[in-house]
Design a protein around this ligand. Structure first.
Ligand code: ADP
Length: 468
């Protein structure tokens, strides 16, 4: 043993910071205070950028969006008790949107628990309904393994929110530098790749057969496909087959809204008329009318591609393909390559969608061309749209919240690049705006970030303007 290293002691704060740095964490959002201030300063000393918020809620929203934009867990730090409770907003937002995020909270001294300690709460029990996985380090030697395990759970399979509890006494315990290095090297390396089950060749053949024989095929994609960075595979599939596509709100931009096969402006016709739909990384939840009549036809055949087996089992589609969106789409593309088919512009279904979309866009343009003063929603939205388009590439990231602002914005604002729209999402969360802006600026420093927010939505997190 190196006698010098066996004599120098470090505490749980240093060890946790070292484990985070070892796992490749580069940014941390949060609000510091007792007992986690030292953890934050130690992390900063190791090169992790700490972005200090006014409220844990916004820090959590930022971490969730950071997870979505980077495919790495967004980490945020809170104090015990109320800090942890405020953070649940962001943690649950991550889980519901299936984005990887980790909330790390300090908690009261384990020996004083139950006696009415400062900010005492059974935090593991409190977070349980909102997380994929939660763990507590009950002694200092657990820290490296627990940190790395929690980070892995956030990204593995279907991503989601995870929680790590660090009690005060554990943060203050000490180990020698030598033991710390050993503990760190023994901790399992986190797996930052999405792991999907393997899809059988037979199912891929079936999927292609269904699309090939369909009279009115449609491809729907969502933020799961965006998270999977499946844009190139999707583009290839759509452009070789000529099948019209419909993005969900945050799927917008995987292929440009201006693409000739975009059915965005003919949504009702596309949904109501299609007979076979390939749905990639989007749940048949409220946003897609549960895949049920009357919006969808009774005999529509769904082919679902999702990394989550549970999701596919829940929806009971005609055909389910469990796996990473990019991987499954590549298998489909490979299967088509041997015997290609393309609908072509004059195909009745493609022509009908194209005509409806053009008519609807023309109608909206008439509204947009009117300069109405005092402003309605359309006039400022047109000005913002043109300013965003004038930016070119890399396209700005658009953050949007507020019911009307989001609805009108979804129709008017044009998305041309993947992962450039962040909105209230699956949980319809208001108050995400400024946290999302900060996350977007951190995750994509090359892009301009534009927040288009209703005044009420903005009010939820307005003070975070100072952080921004
Ligand atoms: P949207 O709001 O755009 O409709 P949802 O959040 O409802 O999208 O659905 C996203 C889906 O994508 C989730 O069911 C999730 O399991 C899935 N998903 C996440 N990552 C991947 C991936 N790498 N490949 C395929 N599906 C994924």
């Amino acid at each position: 043993p190196n006698t010098e290293e066996s004599q120098i002691l470090i505490d749980g704060n240093v060890l946790a910071a070292r484990a985070l740095a070892l796992a490749g964490v580069r940014h941390m959002f949060g609000v510091v205070g007792i007992p986690v201030t030292s953890l934050a300063t130690r992390a900063v000393a190791l090169g992790i950028r700490f972005i200090a918020f006014h409220n844990e809620q916004s820090a959590g929203y930022a971490a969730s969006a950071y997870g979505y934009l980077t495919s790495r867990p967004g980490v945020f730090l809170t104090v015990s008790g109320p800090g942890c409770v405020h953070g649940l907003a962001g943690l649950s937002n991550a889980t519901v949107n299936t984005w990887p995020a980790v909330m790390i909270s300090g908690s009261c001294d384990q020996r004083d628990f139950g006696k009415g300690d400062f900010q005492e709460l059974d935090q593991i029990a409190a977070v349980q309904p909102f997380v994929k996985f939660a763990a507590k380090a009950t002694e200092i030697s657990h820290i490296p393994r627990v940190v790395l395990t929690v980070l892995s759970h956030a990204v593995e399979g279907r991503p989601g929110g995870c929680y790590l509890d660090l009690p005060t006494d554990v943060l203050h315990q000490k180990v020698s530098v030598e033991d710390a290095s050993l503990l760190l090297s023994e901790a399992e390396n986190p797996r930052f790749r999405v792991i999907g089950d393997s899809v059988s060749n037979l199912d891929i053949e079936k999927a292609v057969g269904l699309l090939r024989k369909a009279d009115k095929p449609l491809i729907v994609f969502g933020k799961g496909a965006a998270y999977a960075r499946a844009e190139n595979s999707l583009k290839k599939l759509i452009e070789t087959t000529g099948i019209p596509f419909l993005p969900t709100p945050m799927g917008k931009g995987l292929l440009p809204d201006t693409h000739e096969l975009a059915a965005t402006a003919a949504r009702s016709l596309a949904i109501g008329g299609c007979d076979v739909v390939l749905v990639v990384g989007a749940r048949l939840n409220w946003l897609l009318h549960f895949g049920e009549p009357p919006k969808w036809s009774t005999d529509v055949k769904f082919i679902l591609v999702d990394v989550s087996k549970e999701e596919i089992e829940l929806r009971k589609p005609y055909l389910g393909l469990v796996g990473d969106a990019g991987t499954v789409l590549d298998l489909i593309n490979r299967e088509i390559k041997d015997d290609p088919f393309c609908l072509g512009k004059s195909h009745p279904w493609v022509a009908a969608i194209s005509k409806k979309a053009k008519d609807n866009v023309a109608k909206m343009e008439i509204q947009l061309a009117k300069d109405v003063v005092p402003f309605n929603f359309f006039t400022p939205m047109r000005i913002i749209r043109d300013a965003i388009l004038a930016q070119g590439s890399p396209a700005p990231i658009l953050v949007s919240e507020g019911a009307n602002t989001m609805d009108v914005g979804r129709a008017v604002l044009v998305q041309t690049e993947p992962r450039t729209r962040l909105d209230a999402g699956t949980w319809g969360t208001m108050g995400v705006g400024l946290g999302y802006c900060i996350a977007a600026a951190v995750a994509s420093p090359d892009r301009l970030v534009v927040a288009v927010e209703g005044d009420s939505g903005f009010g939820f997190s307005a003070m975070e303007v100072e952080v921004l």
